[in-house]
Design a protein around this ligand. Structure first.
Ligand SMILES: [Zn+2]
Length: 685
């Protein structure tokens, strides 16, 4: 059972078991919100937009996002709980001193528990009657509580494997990283009104961090950023300014070589240049996006426009030259890192799920800070592609890296680049990270400001912040039609406000109707804005959603000569399963000039819309891996293009499925970037 649940109007400040004499801000202003969601800028922060909070948004189960959230609650979360036991993470927290039991797994297994706790908190906010989830939450908190040392320290690896060696390995030890996830779980529980024990546990640890690493403590940073954003959120929830000061310190101290040398270089953990001076999005992808999410949090709370500008500048480096078409980041397996500009090989994409989740969170913070639609665009791209692909349809198998091409003959038994989604990983950072994102997904769909409501992600659901009410019906992303019933909540009637609807960058044509009457509604800065004294009007937004054939920038050498298919926010892929039996995936080309057929859209969100294009199975005359160029030009690459027989090449109807769905049928190769068949008959010498 849940210990307590607050109403949305009660104050949220927990009594602080103060271990410092520093001033604690109380009351309104900074200091929490009983209905806040992830990332809740304080009232005085730099913020163009305000988040809705979990109580002000719902996803309906008949839409795709609502269905994913439901699957998360019914399959992914219980699976994570099972794996915390089976994999030993929970056992690590329960090791009794002197028991002789050994710590198992990675040094950061505690963070898997904290992320699962955060997921449970967001889930229980929406479903307080879920007794199994509530019991699981309390069981995990029991383990966390009894593992914490009297001064607040908590890290099962150091406590049992390296006793007496706290903070001895900041480069790889992940102690502050784990602390950050504990704090985020505690903030989520406080905002969700789930339990009362976790926030004091997190604060005891945070107070210890302030003593160890604050202005009177050691100059140091953690090898894996995460603590920065967590401390800002704890400040927002409690009003206790030393947490913000410490987060600011961690951001400012990074890039000054405090972590020492690393075998992959200091850029691996972004310690090569201070954040505000860095010119490139670089290093370990997850560390980079988590750091930048924390930097934005610090910037908006301290009014640091220079730091915010640095985060926006690095966003440019990331999204103009270092992002996969799926929204994923990271092309290097060796150090899980972002590569050089335009280094985006589809088959060797590392594209870790956590990097896409971190990117989503970083973009969310930039969206709140600036209101610029480009950040919502990237949230949507990552969500429907790089993030969605990582989870199997059963909700209990996951990719860790998310390649855009699985080659025929791929040797993928081990977990660095498996051929299929696996139930769990030795390094299990991704599945519970997915669980916490999906459990809070409704919080990211819309925002408010003094003018009204902005809808950024379209999903069947309801938005109601106490002043504005928007009921959303849509088959998005299968269908570009979005119907919104818009009302002012009682007491707000007679006060016009503005409904802003994002027009996705991929959309070239749209119409807007209010109660059946079409309006001229130009999009300004990416949004159509409708101002009314809303009283139940029905707004219809119809986004034209034809299939698109996309090419990459010519500098992306790895996909030169290839095209990708997309429709709406979804990237498509072709899978061996849909090819003729004797066709090798790598021999298939696409006639990109031929119209592409769009499959039937059913009423059920579970039924995907497929695309059917004109494909061609090519047969190559040569078996030589390399040959002189003049001989290569003589080779009949594609006889049919030249009018020759079907024996060397043949057309067929090529079915493409949404990329996020690949790997859910027979195991086999897949690719997003497809060689484009020549548009004209090649000139023969
Ligand atoms: Zn991960």
């Amino acid at each position: 059972m849940i210990e307590s649940r607050r109403s949305a109007t009660e104050p949220t400040l927990e009594p602080h078991p103060a271990t410092t004499t520093e001033t604690t801000t109380t009351g309104t202003g900074v200091g929490g919100s009983a209905s806040g969601g992830p990332a809740l800028p304080s009232p005085g922060a730099l913020a163009a937009l305000r988040p809705l909070g979990w109580a002000s948004a719902r996803l309906h189960g008949d839409g795709l996002l609502g269905r994913w959230q439901e699957r998360n609650a019914r399959a992914t979360l219980p699976h994570c709980l099972d794996q915390l036991e089976a994999g030993g993470a929970l056992g690590n927290l329960r090791i009794a001193p002197g028991s002789g039991r050994r710590h198992v797994g990675m040094v950061f297994t505690d963070s898997d528990i904290y992320k699962t706790l955060e997921a449970l908190a967001w889930h229980l906010a929406a479903e307080p009657a879920d007794e199994a989830a509530s019991d699981a939450f309390e069981t995990l908190v029991d383990a966390v509580q009894q593992a914490q040392e009297p001064d607040g320290y908590l890290n099962s690896y150091v406590q049992h494997v390296r006793p007496g060696q706290r903070w001895a390995d900041l480069e790889e030890g992940h102690e502050l990283y784990c602390a950050g996830h504990l704090i985020q779980a505690a903030v989520a529980a406080a905002r969700a009104g789930v339990g009362e024990r976790l926030l004091p546990i997190a604060r005891r640890f945070a107070d210890l961090l302030v003593r160890c690493f604050g202005p009177d403590g050691r100059n140091a940073v953690c090898g894996h950023p995460e603590i920065e954003t967590a401390l800002v959120e704890l400040y927002r929830e409690t009003g206790h300014r030393p947490y913000l000061t410490l987060a600011q310190r961690f951001v400012d101290l990074r890039g000054r070589g405090l972590l020492g040398e690393h075998r992959f270089g200091a850029a691996y953990f972004q310690d090569h240049r201070p954040v505000r001076e860095a010119a490139e999005f670089t290093g370990h992808a997850v560390r980079q996006v988590y750091l930048l999410a924390g930097a934005v949090d610090v910037a908006v709370e301290t009014g640091d426009v220079e730091l915010l500008a640095a985060a926006e500048r690095l966003w440019g480096s990331a999204f103009r030259t270092k992002t996969y078409i799926t929204g994923a980041h990271g092309s290097r397996h060796r150090d899980e890192a972002v590569g050089d500009p335009y280094e985006l090989p589809p088959d060797r994409a590392y594209a870790e799920t956590c990097a896409a989740i971190g990117s989503f969170q970083w973009n969310w913070r930039l969206l709140l800070a600036t209101g610029k639609h480009r950040y919502a665009e990237e949230m949507e791209r990552a969500l429907y592609n790089a993030i969605a692909v990582s989870t199997a349809q059963d909700g209990a198998h996951f990719f860790y890296s998310n390649p855009l091409h699985l080659r025929t003959g791929h040797d993928g038994a081990e977990e660095d680049a498996p051929s299929r989604r696996l139930p769990w990983y030795t390094c299990a950072c991704c599945p519970p990270n997915l669980a916490r994102l999906l459990a809070s997904l409704h919080c990211y769909t819309a925002t408010t400001d003094e003018t009204g409501v902005q809808v950024h992600l379209y999903a069947a659901g309801r938005i109601d912040d106490g002043a504005h009410s928007v009921e959303v019906e849509t088959g998005y992303p299968w269908d570009g039609g979005i119907a919104l019933t818009v009302s002012s909540v009682a007491g707000q009637l007679g006060q016009p406000w503005t409904l802003a609807l994002r027009i996705p960058a991929w959309c070239r044509a749209y119409t807007v109707l209010v109660d059946g009457v079409e309006l001229a509604a130009p999009a300004v800065d990416g949004y159509v804005r409708l101002t009314r004294d809303w009283a139940g009007e029905r707004v219809e937004l119809r986004l034209a959603m034809p299939p698109r054939v996309l090419a990459a920038h010519p500098r992306v050498d790895a996909v030169r000569g290839c095209v990708a298919l997309a429709r709406g926010p979804l990237v498509y892929s072709i899978e061996q399963h849909d090819l003729p039996d004797d066709a090798v995936l790598e021999d298939v080309a696409l006639e990109s000039v031929v119209p592409i057929q769009v499959g039937e859209h059913g009423a059920d969100a579970a039924i995907p819309v497929t695309l059917t294009a004109a494909g061609r199975v090519r047969r190559f005359a040569t078996e030589r891996l390399y040959q002189p160029l003049d001989e290569a030009l003589d080779e009949p690459l594609d006889e049919t293009s030249g009018g020759a027989s079907d024996e060397t090449s043949r057309p067929f109807a090529l079915t493409a499925i949404p990329y996020f769905l690949w790997g859910n049928r027979n195991p086999g190769p897949m690719r997003v970037w497809i060689p484009a068949a020549p548009r004209e008959t090649p000139t023969r010498r």
